[in-house]
Design a protein around this ligand. Sequence first.
Ligand SMILES: Cc1ncc(COP(=O)(O)O)c(C=O)c1O
Length: 442
Amino acid sequence: MADPLAVIPGDDMITLMKTSKSQIHFDKAKKVLVGGVNSPVRSFNGVGGQALVMKYGQREKMFDEDGQGYTDYCLSWGSLILGHAHRNVVLAAKKTLERGISFGTTTRAEIDIASLIVERVPSIDLIRFVNSGTEATMSAIRLARGYTQRDCLVKFDGCYHGHFDDLLTTAGSGVAQLKESSSDGIPASHIENTISLPYNNIETLTKTLTQHKNRIACVILEPVAGNMGVIPASQEFLQTLRDLTKKFNIVLIFDEIMTGFRTAVGCVQSEYNIIPDMTCLGKIIGGGFPMGAYGGREDIMKCLAPLGGVYQAGTFSGNPAVMRAGYATLKLLNQDFYCSLNKRCEDFSNKINAFFNDKNCGVHLSSYKSMMSLRFRKEPVLNYKDAGQASGGERYSALFHHLLKAGIYWPPADLEAFFVSGAHREKDLKLLFDQLQLFFNP
Ligand SMILES: Cc1ncc(COP(=O)(O)O)c(C=O)c1O
């Protein structure tokens, strides 16, 4: 068995903690799962060291196979806004499961959560549930293409919308770790109708949409980008995008899979007061279960089968236990919840940025309420090019392992956002603050 305190050969930066059981399980995982994981970024390739194997979670903490607890700021990539194993969510799923796991018919569970989302999200008149965020964006784009009878789609450099072929070019998140800006295995024909533009750049946006207006079916973006660090779109950029897409009859799709219900009852679109034609949701709406959704204006959604000619289907779509877990989550996400969470995050962000400024650390916290990322430069980050220049590289890896040793779990990749949940208390944020202070000003 490997010495749990050993230093990884060739990597003097990372001292292993007591991860013996995690290591044994991960070695077994590598024999049967590709790279030991079911999603690349979990492998710790971005930060080096031994990937952890988790066993259970409670509130703001998760515990690995060795029984070590970590305050979790990754939160299943932003899904667990109530923290781990929230009682209401677990009970809702459990009660539903005991009455049958899957029916392949409409159930009241779907109607309840759909009604709640339609009531809360300004852009959604009708909704369709799917099983992941990727399925949601892929289907929304098909629908936009069917509705407009045009082929071309516009996205923005550094935004990530899942692993749909047509969107896997110049994408953020784990894709950014690949040597090329896109994945192998994607025929050129799949991305020849994809135009990727710089985020927050009004001039290029205006020029491109005007020039290609008759070819463009839709524009898709994260209104607050969370896959190239956290970068909020400027109000002016989003307003210009809304005005141009309306003028040219281009479908505007907000990918709110990460931002949806993270910061406000009506999602980010209600905070900017810019209403897209369609919205994609995921993560939080499933309460921690696999789920995605896309919805929008009635005339567009009615082009979807069985009402219209655009086909999309799913054996498990709208699974009742998933719907009930999501519904139980959304029921708790009221105005008071967001006021309290957003205030805690704003205080943390102000305090840590004051410290970075004071000590001239050359870093800053770029955040949008409970979505945050550390950027390794002083100047603001506005787009993917800036995000590349603000990457921490080995410094991020060292910070990641410093925090891990202190019992704090951050995303194991520099460009990923970290999140705060309703279960994180002042004392958790104080511990994070203290550890960041220690790292940057030892
Ligand atoms: C903004 C955004 N869109 C889409 C996706 C894809 O969702 P999923 O991983 O559920 O397929 C993600 C995943 O992180 C995301 O952050």
